[in-house]
Design a protein around this ligand. Structure first.
Ligand code: BGC
Length: 253
């Protein structure tokens, strides 16, 4: 197979999405396939969905596969799960997927994958120092990249702000649920980003997730000392980052 291709799967609360990625460009080399996330989204049910997904592609045996999970992943094990079925906690996801898919996979947190993709192909390409990528979706995912090196599993969406878990106050999902205007939501984002800025003094914030397509409606309302820019890969970043990380690290999978 071409060493410039890898497969990425992004597991989300509503859809499991996958595509072959061209690693030279960070673009999809095939159409993206999306299958609704099974409910309940147990490890077994989601592993079956991943199998159904890759069966729609004629993938060479040795193509690296990266899979994102909306949870911290340490040495392939999910530590806790905020927004998918709780039965994921303690599961070795690489082992589970390898058994189901019949090939080694690289398992990674969804925001880490998206952050990595932004550094290699997108808004943070060539940026020195500390970049914090946030994904605004059902939850808030974060990736911290220092001089191009990913520091995995930062979980800054769960910082406590005014006594509450930050993602339950400021995620895009909360905005939708509550029907907030962008102006109202921007006040919550202001609190969130000011807090992260004070704690980490990053050189750049990158804002991803589906809602980042509408960045002009909320990013200009934020008043920060740090440059804050929209992601370039929007919601392809998870798939692209997972594929790129798998290609880089799958020899050790
Ligand atoms: C999870 C993170 C994840 C983020 C976005 C949070 O609730 O704890 O691991 O990156 O949601 O999916």
């Amino acid at each position: 197979m071409s060493k410039d291709l890898a497969f990425g799967i992004d597991i989300g609360g509503s859809g499991v999405k996958g595509a072959v990625v061209d690693l030279k460009t960070g673009q999809f080399a095939t159409d993206r396939v999306r299958i609704p996330t099974p409910q309940p989204a147990t490890p077994k049910a989601v592993a079956n969905t991943c199998k159904e997904l890759i069966d729609q592609f004629d993938l060479p045996e040795d193509m690296p596969i990266g899979i994102t999970f909306p949870a911290p992943v340490r040495r392939n094990v999910i530590l806790f799960m905020a927004n998918l079925d709780k039965s994921w906690e303690g599961v070795n996801v690489a082992k589970l997927m390898k058994k189901k898919l019949g090939r080694p996979v690289y398992a990674v947190n969804d925001a880490d994958a998206a952050g990595y993709a932004e550094v290699v192909y997108g808004a943070a390409k060539g940026v020195d120092g500390l970049v914090i990528v946030t994904t605004l979706g059902t939850g808030i995912g974060t990736a911290m990249i220092y001089n191009g090196q990913l520091q995995p599993n930062t979980e800054l969406g769960h910082l406590e702000i005014n006594g509450k878990d930050a993602e339950t106050r400021a995620s895009a999902g909360v905005r939708e649920k509550k029907g907030w205007s962008f102006e109202k939501w921007a006040k919550k984002l202001q609190e969130y980003y000011s807090h992260v800025e004070m704690l980490f003094t990053p050189d750049l914030f990158v804002v991803g997730g589906g809602v980042s397509k509408k960045h002009d409606k909320f990013l200009p309302l934020l008043d920060l000392k740090t440059e804050i820019v929209p992601a370039k890969l929007f919601n392809t970043a998870g798939i692209v980052g997972a594929a790129a990380l798998a290609a880089k690290f799958c020899k050790d999978c």
